[in-house]
Design a protein around this ligand. Structure first.
Ligand SMILES: NCCCC[C@H](NC(=O)[C@@H](N)CCCCN)C(=O)O
Length: 544
């Protein structure tokens, strides 16, 4: 008698990768919105109608608001509980709707309709002091903050809740569909698409703001809002796939064996969980906050020759060509994971490296810090899935965390002490900058590709959502604190410097290298604990 094996959606590679694509595309859109105003800080500083009159403090306060509710109102903890109680599909759609609601508020604050409205008058006169937060010294607004920045910050806080909720939901969704299969490759691919989102935003936000020769900053935000509508649609389509999967497996995770708040105690008792969380906050605090200052750090340490107006290197078409090259690098690097034939595999890799070199050359010819730093997310796009694939088949996640921290330290020290030696040496400085950024990009692939897929090895599947939420919450404290600290250290170590391209970045870079040292120590302890307790972090995800 032939046995009939019941196949579910996740047994089909095409369908589980489709589920991943839906989740990853939604996060791609979310990452674009996260940084939508970052590349147009200079435009936002100009007076209305070109910009909105935001000085650096207003801009920085608005940018920092993304993590505010997650950290200080513990929203992420609630998000984790919602995820464990309600399941992946419900939370995915909820996070998409919350992101969109926050984004619409931010769009309204920056639109021309807000200017001169009653709401603008109200916000100008209110919310300058919020006693409960002021006592903690963490007020989200300040006296004199432009009303548009305040309302945009409110929207961004709400968006941040949705985005981080989306982040933990997607992680849990990937565990649900890929556990025991190519889980790290799937997580690596999702993060690669997120990095592509950052690069897309860096290129297209200024493009939309300046479209047609007439500056309108709200167009950039509108572009982000449209993408978040697409993100919500992706989550809704995923909802139906996930529902079908549960119907097939009969898992109904939210009904059987329901989550209890007391389960969180179980997570907190795991030493592996604490070590991974600490490593996460230390490592990411030396990366994401640095990303916000990196362009300025390069401007301070490199010498750029202005590119003549009207030349090819100053044109819009070069932006588009660079973006297309970026997509080719990403696509060829991704294909590398799936090609079995060895010569074809290495030919694809060579092609990817060739286009990467072309991309770097274009960055150099454009003579701007932004175009040089744009290679940072690109390298992560290319190699995060490759490293994820390695973790799936060979393991070694804890060793990769140690190596990633070592590279992080080396890069920040190079930026602090070696790069300034090349000031005035155009080509030498750019080569040192590119090599260091590329090494930092490898580190930024090693750690995420090994850290996130390790979490399911540390806690029970039933409470994985809360575990991811707790890690994100701890990480968000660092993401809120370190951009502020970098600014303060910069001010303290550069008294009287008024030219923003002449700042000395040694002290903040040393602080970031210090975070790397702490992450390295935690990584080494994690390796010891892993061996002693048999956590399985060095083991492959796919057992032959
Ligand atoms: N499925 C998501 C895995 C985590 C990816 C990770 N993102 C984060 O850690 C976010 N909490 C922080 C995003 C902050 C951006 N402003 C990543 O490596 O991107």
């Amino acid at each position: 008698m032939t046995e009939v094996i019941q196949k579910t959606l996740r047994d089909s590679a095409a369908l589980r990768w489709t589920a991943l694509l839906l989740l990853a595309l939604a996060m791609f859109c979310a990452y674009i919105f996260m940084d939508i105003l970052s590349p147009i800080k200079d435009l936002m500083a100009q007076a209305y109608p070109v910009g909105r009159g935001w000085d650096s403090t207003a801009f920085g306060t608005m940018q920092g608001s993304e993590t505010f509710l997650n950290v200080f109102v513990f929203f992420l903890i609630f998000a984790g509980i919602i995820l464990d109680k309600m399941g992946v599909r419900f939370t995915a759609v909820l996070s998409g709707a919350v992101m969109l609601a926050g984004a619409l508020i931010k769009y309204y604050a920056i639109s021309t309709a807000f200017h001169g409205s009653g709401i603008e008058v109200w916000f100008t006169n209110h919310l300058n002091h919020i006693p409960v937060f002021e006592q903690l010294g963490v007020s989200p607004f300040y006296e004199g903050m432009p009303a548009s920045a305040k309302v945009a910050a409110c929207g961004f806080m709400i968006f941040g809740c949705g985005a981080e909720m989306g982040g933990i939901t997607v992680s849990r969704g990937i565990v649900k569909w890929f556990k025991g299969r190519e889980m790290a490759l799937a997580m690596g691919s999702e993060m690669a698409l997120a990095r592509l989102g950052v690069a897309t935003c860096m290129i297209f936000s200024p493009f939309f703001a300046k479209l047609g020769g007439h500056i309108d900053v709200s167009r950039s935000v509108a572009f982000g809002v449209v993408l978040l509508c697409i993100a919500l649609i992706m989550f809704i389509v995923y909802f139906f796939m996930d529902k079908k999967l549960d119907a097939q497996t009969g898992e109904a995770e939210e009904k059987d064996d329901p989550f209890k708040v007391s389960d969180i105690g179980q997570i907190l008792k795991s030493s592996g969980f604490w070590l991974v969380s600490l490593l996460c906050v230390l490592y990411y605090s030396a990366i994401f906050p640095f990303q916000k200052y990196a362009v300025n750090m390069l401007q301070c340490n490199l010498t750029f020759e202005p590119v003549p107006e009207g030349s090819f290197w100053a044109s819009t078409s070069v932006t588009i060509i660079q973006y297309v090259i970026m997509l080719i690098v990403a696509a060829t690097a991704f294909m590398f994971n799936f090609i079995k034939n060895k010569p074809a595999k290495y030919a694809t890799m060579a092609l990817s490296i060739l286009f990467l070199v072309g991309y770097c050359y274009m960055g150099y010819m454009r003579q701007s810090a932004e175009s040089i730093f744009a290679v940072f997310p690109l390298l992560a796009v290319g190699i995060t899935p490759i490293l994820g694939n390695y973790v799936d088949h060979k393991g070694k996640a804890a060793s990769m965390l140690v190596l990633g921290s070592l590279l992080l330290i080396a890069c920040h020290l190079t930026f602090a002490f070696i790069l300034p030696l090349f000031k005035g040496n155009d080509l030498g400085g750019v080569v040192v900058a590119y090599v260091t950024i590329l090494v930092l990009g490898s580190s930024f692939s090693l750690v995420p590709a090994s850290l996130w897929p390790s979490v399911p090895k540390l806690v029970d599947a039933k409470i994985i959502g809360s575990a991811y939420a707790l890690i994100f919450w701890i990480q968000n404290i660092g993401l809120w604190l370190f951009p502020l600290l970098i600014g303060k250290v910069l001010d303290a170590t550069n008294p009287g410097v008024t030219d923003p391209t002449r700042l000395n970045y040694t002290a903040p870079l040393l602080m970031l290298a210090g975070l790397g040292v702490a992450a390295l120590v935690i990584g080494l302890i994690l390796k010891v604990v892993d061996k002693k307790k048999g956590l399985g972090l060095e083991e492959p995800n796919i057992k032959a």
